[in-house]
Design a protein around this ligand. Structure first.
Ligand SMILES: Cc1ncc(COP(=O)(O)O)c(C=O)c1O
Length: 344
């Protein structure tokens, strides 16, 4: 089965499994940051992201939430992209748990407009919620995995004054690979950054929150408060170090495979796709086919051994990762042509 529903479905490599097995019998740490493998992971992540410190957390959603809880006081505002993962797919946690008000701003190709951000910032009036934080997302999931260049974050930095910038960099290493940049340079304008270890990097589980030392100390205490103080964690941290060190190099291959799927979809009948959005490992398109319903399309793909979720409006996403090689990509492209037919 070729499962294109998400890159978190990637499997651990033999080197990761060997690191896990070795860590299973290693000395374990006792305190919340006492595990030697966790310490190595956090040091390596901080270095790669260009931040003073980093914390290993169970999910990227928890990393985003901890950033808000650490910085934003109840009733203060977070400026967010209205199509962002944090607003659309994180269960209202910013309101429920960080007790923040979110101010959603429209975005085009994953970018909020600078003028909209400037207009949404508070003016200092006590009638307005203080603009405590702005959140960006790179790569941008709902926009089709587009990679935002560092100039974009720098331009926002230039107008927000002391407002904290948090970057949801769940797939920041994909953005870095696509732009020929380092993750640190893409995160340079942000005060804090979150990263998924279990997506394109294919670690078994986990995410990173990185930022200044006092921020990470606060986030560590808050992580405990929300039940994220996982121990012992060496068996999960050890393969994540391998993921950071070995998996960045294969991301361009994932991007080439996504581009091939995007190009094939553009040739097929009944598909609406903007190929300009296919910049990394995510392909987003919509089915509007004369002879196929979304459910029939999903079922035909499934019969061909390809899993993807097709919404009732025809919208679907295909995500590549290291288990999806060229033969799998060719199979997907062949099946898409066979199921949909070619555009006349
Ligand atoms: C952009 C973005 N941020 C955050 C997350 C949340 O990651 P997790 O599932 O580790 O909480 C995702 C998950 O797909 C994502 O796409």
């Amino acid at each position: 089965v070729i499962d294109l529903r998400s890159d978190f479905l990637s499997s651990a490599t033999p080197a990761m499994l060997a690191a896990m097995a070795a860590a299973a019998t290693d000395r374990k740490g006792y305190g919340p940051r006492g595990d030697p493998h966790q310490q190595r992971l956090e040091e390596r992540a901080a270095e790669l992201l260009g931040k003073a410190d980093a914390l290993f957390v169970p999910t990227c959603m928890m990393a985003n939430l901890l950033a808000a809880m650490a910085v934003v006081k109840p009733g203060e505002a977070i400026l967010v992209d209205s199509a962002s993962h944090v607003l659309r797919s994180e269960s209202g946690a910013l309101a429920a748990l960080a007790r923040a008000i979110t101010l959603p701003l429209p975005s085009v190709m994953g970018r909020m407009q600078i003028a909209d951000i400037a207009a949404a910032l508070d003016t200092g009036s006590i009638q307005q919620p203080r603009s405590a934080m702005i959140m960006l997302e790179n790569t941008h999931n709902k926009a089709g995995g587009v990679a935002l260049p560092r100039d974009y974050a720098a331009a926002i930095r230039g107008i927000i004054g002391s407002t904290w910038m948090h970057l949801d960099g769940s797939r920041i290493f994909n953005a870095a690979a696509a732009l020929g940049e380092t993750a640190a340079s893409l995160a340079a304008s942000a005060d804090s950054v979150s990263v998924s270890l279990n997506k394109g990097l294919s670690a078994p589980v986990g995410a990173i929150l990185a930022g200044p030392k006092d921020f990470i100390a606060t986030a560590t205490a808050l992580r405990q408060q929300i039940g994220g103080g996982w121990r012992p964690v060496g068996m999960l941290a050890a393969p994540a170090v391998v993921a950071l060190d070995t998996m960045q190099a294969q991301l361009p291959k994932d991007h080439r495979n996504a581009a091939a799927i995007g190009a094939t979809l553009a040739e097929c009948a009944g598909i609406i796709i903007d190929r300009a959005t296919v910049q990394t490992n995510i392909v987003r398109a919509r089915l509007k086919h004369p002879a196929l319903t979304p459910a029939a399309f999903e079922a035909a793909l499934s019969t061909a051994g390809i899993l993807t979720s097709v919404g009732s409006d025809g919208a679907f996403r295909m995500v590549t990762y290291h288990d999806i090689g060229e033969p799998e990509t060719e199979h997907v492209c062949r099946q898409l042509r066979a199921i949909l037919g070619l555009r006349k």
